[in-house]
Design a protein around this ligand. Structure first.
Ligand SMILES: [Zn+2]
Length: 290
């Protein structure tokens, strides 16, 4: 992924730029690639959860296809990449949790503290079901939105669901939080897997709820993914939860692929995921310049 991000910047120098927004627990770079020259900003992130790394493939494909369409004045789903990206910019953070993804793909030897990772994993050598960062904190339960009442917290480092000792205790979540506060994102998408559903609600009422629902319907129309109904007492801590609550802007968690259980989505699903999501970034960027 790192090599490909650097290639994008070489191939598309006028429109793509790369920055490091922080470091993971094990010292891996956390990258953000900016695509576009426009002043309106949206952000799309992927792989908060380790085993959900097909979402990184999806965002990397978006970057490549959007940049290519920009250079060749092409369209995706009728959206002109050049017209949109001259007025808006899309920031992609294609892998929020590189240490966790490395564990899923390469096992304990990818971690600096191999023994600790194995211990958290109950000494299983397969990390296929792992969602957390390398020290067993679930990065999508780290954001300061109803954090004290997050459901189903195991209370100690775990392959999934441990919310950590306090909000933003983990550098990966803190990096995305700080990055968000340094920008004015009109919308954000957090890509997850699996289940083909879209979370969009976290306490919005009145006009904000209507605005965000209307945008969620557009996401539903494109992807075919079901919108999850507002819950009276949602469990919090997710990036989208915090973004919606603190920024008062629409934020989405999109779960790609049919439900596959506790493991990575097989790569054979990629072409259908791509068709369902290919124009999501351009569509949401276009909404900011209407
Ligand atoms: Zn997830």
């Amino acid at each position: 992924m790192t090599a490909d991000l650097k290639k994008f910047v070489q191939w598309y120098p006028g429109i793509a730029s790369l920055e490091v927004i922080g470091k993971s627990v094990d010292g891996r770079n956390l990258y953000a690639l900016k695509l576009g020259t426009g002043k309106e900003e949206i952000m799309i992130n992927a792989s908060h959860h380790a085993r959900e790394h097909i979402t990184t493939n999806l965002t990397m494909e978006m970057i490549d296809q959007y940049a290519y369409a920009y250079e060749t004045n092409g369209k995706i789903d009728g959206y002109s990449a050049r017209q949109i990206l001259n007025r808006a910019s899309i920031y992609f953070v294609p892998m929020v949790n590189p240490d966790g993804v490395a564990l899923v793909q390469k096992g304990a030897s990818s971690a600096k503290n191999k023994a600790a990772a194995l211990r958290i994993n109950g000494n299983k050598t397969s990390f296929a079901a792992w969602k957390a960062n390398v020290r067993g904190v679930d990065l999508n339960r780290q954001y300061p939105a109803k954090w004290p009442t997050i459901c189903c917290n195991p209370g100690k480092p775990s392959p999934q669901n441990y919310k950590g000792p306090k909000p933003l205790s983990e550098p990966e979540a803190k990096a995305l939080y700080d990055f968000t506060l340094n920008h004015h994102f009109k919308t954000t998408v957090s890509y997850h897997s699996s289940g083909q559903i879209v979370f969009w609600h976290f306490g919005q009422t009145g006009a904000l709820k209507t605005r965000d629902y209307n945008l969620a319907v557009k996401v539903n129309k494109k992807t075919g993914y079901r919108l999850v109904s507002p819950q009276p007492n949602p469990s919090g801590g997710g990036y989208k939860d915090w973004f919606v609550q603190s920024q008062k802007k629409p934020g989405f968690t999109i779960e790609v692929a049919p439900y596959v259980g506790n493991g990575p989505v097989p790569i054979s699903y990629f072409s259908s995921i791509w068709k369902q999501n290919n124009s999501i970034g351009l569509m949401l960027a276009n909404e900011t310049i209407k």
